[in-house]
Each structure stands twice: as C-alpha cells, then as structure tokens.
Design a protein around this ligand. Sequence first.
Ligand code: AMP
Ligand code: GLY
Length: 421
Amino acid sequence: MKILLIGSGGREHALAWKLSQSPRCETLFIAPGNPGTAQCGTNVQLNVADHQAVVDFCRLMGVGFVVVGPEAPLVAGIVDDLAAAGIKAFGPSRVAAQLEGSKAYTKELCREAGVPTADFARFTQPGPAKAHVRAQGAPIVVKADGLAAGKGVVVAATVEEAEAAIDMMFSGGLGAAGEEVVIEECMVGEEASFFALVDGDAALPLASAQDHKRVGDGDTGPNTGGMGAYSPAPVVTDAVAARVMAEIIEPTVAAMKRRGAPFRGVLFAGLMITADGPRLIEYNCRFGDPECEALMPRLQGDLVEALLATVEGGVSRLALGWSPQAALTVVMAARGYPAKPETGTPIRGVEDAEALDGVQVFHAGTRQAPDGSLVAAGGRVLAVTALGDSIAEARKRAYEGVARIDWPGGFNRTDIGWRAV
Ligand code: AMP
Ligand code: GLY
C-alpha cells in the first residue's frame, strides 16, 4: 500500500526507516520530511495544516494509509478530517488527542478512572491559584493547561517561584495555553516513558524508555525536547510494566471509550516510578522524540501491520517481537539550542558513523544545501542510535558514532544513560 507519513523530526526518520522495511509498504511519502526520510521514501512539500490539501494529495496519489508523527496535527483534528474523506489514518481523533492537548482534561479523566496521578486543582484566575499554592506549600508544580511546546511546566521549589509562574502564565507568557492553570502535588521518584498501541478497546504494551530533558550533563540547564534516550528503562521491571497496564493504561482506555472518545493510536505515558508504584505525570498521544529513535531499532515486527491493526481494531491479536538488546540514542543539537540554535553549519561524517556495527543515524533538523552537502537546519539535528547487549554497550557504540561526526556547529550531552549504567 501507499503510505503518507506526516512530520519532519528524528522520530519521523525512525518511523520512515521502519515503515519502509515492511513488505506492505509499496510507496512511502513523507510530508515534509528531512534528508534522512528522503533515504526511506519520497519527501513531499505539503502544508499539513491544510487538511484538505492532505486529503487531495492522498486521493491524487492513491495513498491508503496516513501515519501522523507529531501532536499538533492530531490536536487540530487531521485524523477526523482524513477519516471523513474515507482515508485511514494512524493517530487519535481531535477529541481523544485532548489527552495530550489539555492537562485539565487528562486530570479529570484520571480522577474519574482512578488512575494514580498527582492531586490537582484547576484555576482560571491568579488570585485563587496563589492562595492555593500558599495553602499547599512548596515544592509544587504549576502547569499551563494547553500545549506550550515543553515550556508549560514549572516545578517550583518555593512558593514565590510558584507565584511567579502563575503570574507569567496568566499574563499571557505562554499565549492561550496559559488561560487555565493546573496546580499539582509534586511527585518524587524516577521518571520513565511507557508506550502502548491502543485500538479503542484494547491496549498492547510496546516498550519503555527513558528521556533526558535537560540540555546539560548531569541534568542541568533548561528543558529541551529531549537530548537522548534509551530503551528499555531498567526502572520499568516486568512487575512495574504490568501495574502500568492494569492501573494506568487500561483504565484510561476504558474511560475514553465510556466518554465516547475512544483512543486509537500510540498512548505515551510519562511516569513517575514512586515508592508506592507507578503514577502518571502526563499523557502524550504520539511517539516520543527521541524515545522513538531508541524504540524502532528494537522492534522486530512489522510496523505497518501494527499501526494498521491499531486503526482497524485487533491490537490484541498482534505478536510484536522486541529485540532483547538495548538501544541508546544521543541527540546532537545545534550550538545555542534550546534558546537560539545556530543554523546553516556544515555536518560531515554521518556515513562514517553509520558504518559502525549496530549504529543508525536519524536526521532531525538537517537540510541538504544546493551543493548536496548536509547542513544544520534546526535545534535538534541528529539522533545517533546504537544497539548493544547492555545499555552500557549501546552507549559506548552510540558515542563512537557521535565521535565520527564532524560538526563543529553542534554539541551533545556526554552522559546519556548515566542513570542506567
Ligand atoms: P511535562 O512538560 O508535562 O512533560 O513535564 C515536564 C517535567 O516536569 C516532567 O518530565 C517532570 O520532570 C516534571 N513534572 C511534571 N509534573 C510533575 C509532578 N506532578 N511532580 C513532579 N514532577 C513533575
Ligand atoms: N521526549 C519527550 C517527548 O517527545 O515529549
């Protein structure tokens, strides 16, 4: 079948790489894609915010299946519009994408379904929000309700810091995302990511991973989209995974169905593994980036079949194999990221890194210059991934790959995987 993948990051290169290996993938288009996805299929310049243009492209080219990578088109309802046009699409509907699009929606759903998560209260005015913070004390977490590109969460160590975050959000510091604010209890433990395919009725666990959100070594500096990841996460033991499915994922799937908003797609649970067991921090309604780059090399089954089963129903009949090997991804970012990444700097040596056994380089913000050379074109630029018999071995190989990339305009963390090694 002909498949269209939407997105342009490292996650989409990893998805394109895996989708293109499926015998069911006859042609793969990626919109807009990047120089990495161009090695797996054909990049097309489509305005993905224009859903009618996407529908028209699918009809013109005979695309039978659309896979949506990032959250923004999901929250904008692209899957609803494709479905209305009779085109199958992987990802939740606009309403079900509220699990990522609105923190208040998710917190209410958790309360209704008995999903363990931080206690919370919702506010639309700064006065009552601050009174609540003063009554609760610090540490406390202040969140903008809507999508804020990773900037909408402040884990405040003091009451003053929490009050400043409340003022920032209500004075429009994050735009419309901050019109409502959710204040949460601060949970303590180790964080992990957990992924499951959900077909509206049933959920199939995929794998766990761990991200590195801060820009600097030792988890210092500002938050980013993620500077590296590994899979599986040792903190998610089989017993913890079983509890995540029974106490978090399955009750959520049932509650969404009861609400008349069945979730179909990949449910990405951000977890805090506390002394009392796993608790939900937040949901995302898509694969993580860079978690996806660590997941895909471990997946042994057919990704097209798995994603189709998610849309059509029947994930419980899937038997997806996972490599017992670990995978570790090191993100290489442009100097100045996350504040002001410097673009246009030349990158060499990607092929040399990929020549290493078990190493795969996924492109994110790269661009092909007119002379055919590779240059940086974004914040997160490359995701260097390696497999190994242990996280330590995967890490050693991934950093050997990084060392072969000649890019003076970039930088990377040197301690990805420290928690696990
Ligand atoms: P988010 O943008 O929702 O992924 O949150 C960013 C980060 O804030 C998370 O990865 C956690 O480290 C932290 N965080 C969010 N909510 C809580 C909470 N209730 N307790 C402790 N940490 C939290
Ligand atoms: N790496 C975290 C995310 O994709 O949201």
